[in-house]
Ligand binder design. Structure first.
Ligand SMILES: *Cc1c(COP(=O)(O)O)cnc(C)c1O
Length: 432
């Protein structure tokens, strides 16, 4: 469910035509629907409410401060993977007791920043990290609460670049060694191991990997308790998939059905770290056609959004639905199936201005013929879109706007050329 829909051949975000937003804020433009964002957070809150989980929105998915504020206002905590993300979470009103800190390479400075702000849980991913955290915490007169992140070594379940729970990836502690590591930290005054963490990868379109994951978690929790660790937290990470092509994703309750019974059995507090599920379908990327051309027997639509704005298609071979924001009358408002030929359509590659052959949003899609100035929507771009954007080719980052009913609010202004060179000019002005 989302709040992007066509009315009289014009795409709306909630009650505003996206064409109006393009006029007002320019393109490329990330457009978010507040109602969609809140709806998806509620779906998770509802599905898991029996165990009163701590839901920590994954800031890396889309860390815009205004969006994070909406999350905090609706009861979410935050999952951060760096000091920078922690800064965003705190700015958005996040409180340390509802923030968890993940990542394989946390530095001492990040530990201090997090401990100063009373971050409630560190998801620790290596033996060295565990001891470094203990050292920093002790020096501050604190005790850090830790969930050991384990790599449960499950069969492949998603794209190799985003599968985090197969043997040989850098994430987590090896399931064979985690108990030895846990034993070695007993009695350390700086850390208290209170939980187990698993983030299986993303996006996951079936509850089955979670079923396998919780079985391993239950076993490990029992063994950690036997060692004397007071385990009270089970953190199952994020990873819930969304609709990118059709209706391929599972509802939150499908995941709850396998996770909730395990949490009850373990008598633990559940932590979840959803990202994509919450914000993915709450955002689209709106762009304007600059040129069309034919080359080598192929048709190209060259529009003003590029791989620096949305890198998922080239980085992960991801599929995003694309369709004109104002399709002409001979064409459907939206096709039944984005991978099929539409009658009267033209097979095109949708590309951007960046100097790379890998700069595309979609390849070989059948689209209504488009011309200069037409608006194109790339759907399901709310997650890992803006947060993975860059300035490659010295392109300024897109603006972001949040729609709430009839009102729109700019939540990140478009960057300027001054933004591009500012840090360089500042450095050049410093004495040697
Ligand atoms: C990226 C990440 C998440 C969020 O994943 P989604 O698939 O967006 O829900 C949660 N936890 C950790 C540790 C992550 O790295």
């Amino acid at each position: 469910m989302d709040h992007f829909a066509y009315r009289s051949r014009s795409l709306y975000c909630e009650n505003i035509p996206v064409a109006q937003l393009a006029e007002r804020y320019g393109t490329p433009l990330y457009i978010y629907s507040k109602a969609t964002l809140v709806h998806h957070l509620h779906q998770i809150q509802e599905a898991f409410k029996e165990v009163e989980p701590l839901i920590c929105y994954s800031v890396k998915t889309n860390g815009n401060v205004a969006l994070c504020k909406v999350m905090a206002e609706h009861g979410s905590g935050f999952d951060v993977t760096s000091g920078g993300e922690l800064h965003r979470a705190l700015l958005a009103g996040g409180k340390g007791e509802k923030i968890v800190f993940a990542g394989v390479g946390k530095t001492d400075a990040e530990f201090r920043y997090a401990l100063d702000n009373n971050v409630s849980l560190f998801n620790v991913e290596s033996e060295q990290e565990l001891h470094a955290l203990g050292h920093v915490a002790k020096s501050m007169g604190k005790v850090a609460s830790v969930a050991l992140r384990v790599n449960p070594d499950l069969p492949p379940k998603t794209h190799a670049k985003t599968d985090t729970s197969v043997k040989g990836v850098k994430f987590g502690l090896d399931i064979e060694t985690v108990l030895d590591v846990a034993k070695g930290i007993l009695g350390n005054p700086g850390v208290k191991v209170i939980g187990l963490h698993m983030h299986l990868g993303s996006p996951i379109l079936s509850a089955e990997p979670y079923r396998m994951g919780v079985a391993k978690a239950l076993d490990l929790i029992a063994r950690l308790r036997e060692q004397g660790h007071p385990i009270s937290v089970m953190n199952m990470g994020g990873g819930f998939g969304i609709h990118y092509r059709k209706q391929e994703a599972q509802p939150a309750k499908a995941f709850a059905e396998v996770i909730v019974p395990a949490v009850k059995q373990a008598k633990c507090k559940l932590v979840l770290e959803p990202g994509r599920f919450v914000v993915g379908n709450a955002g689209l990327l709106l762009s304007r056609v600059i040129y069309t051309k034919e080359s080598g027997g192929k048709h190209f639509i060259i529009q003003d959004a590029a791989m620096n704005d949305l890198i998922r298609p080239t980085l992960y071979d991801s599929f995003h639905r694309v369709w004109p924001a104002e399709p002409s009358a001979e064409f459907p408002n939206l096709p039944e199936d984005y991978e099929m030929d539409v009658p009267g359509g033209l097979k095109v590659d949708v590309v951007g201005p960046v100097c790379e052959s890998g700069d595309f949003l979609a390849k070989g899609r059948s689209l209504p013929p488009m011309k200069r100035g037409d608006l194109l929507a790339t759907f399901s771009a709310g997650a890992y879109g803006m947060s993975m954007s860059s300035n490659y080719n010295s392109r300024v980052r897109a603006a972001e706007v949040l729609v709430d009913g009839e009102t729109s609010k700019l939540i990140r202004r478009r960057e300027t050329y001054q933004d591009l060179v500012g840090p360089e000019l500042e450095a050049m002005a410093l004495p040697n």
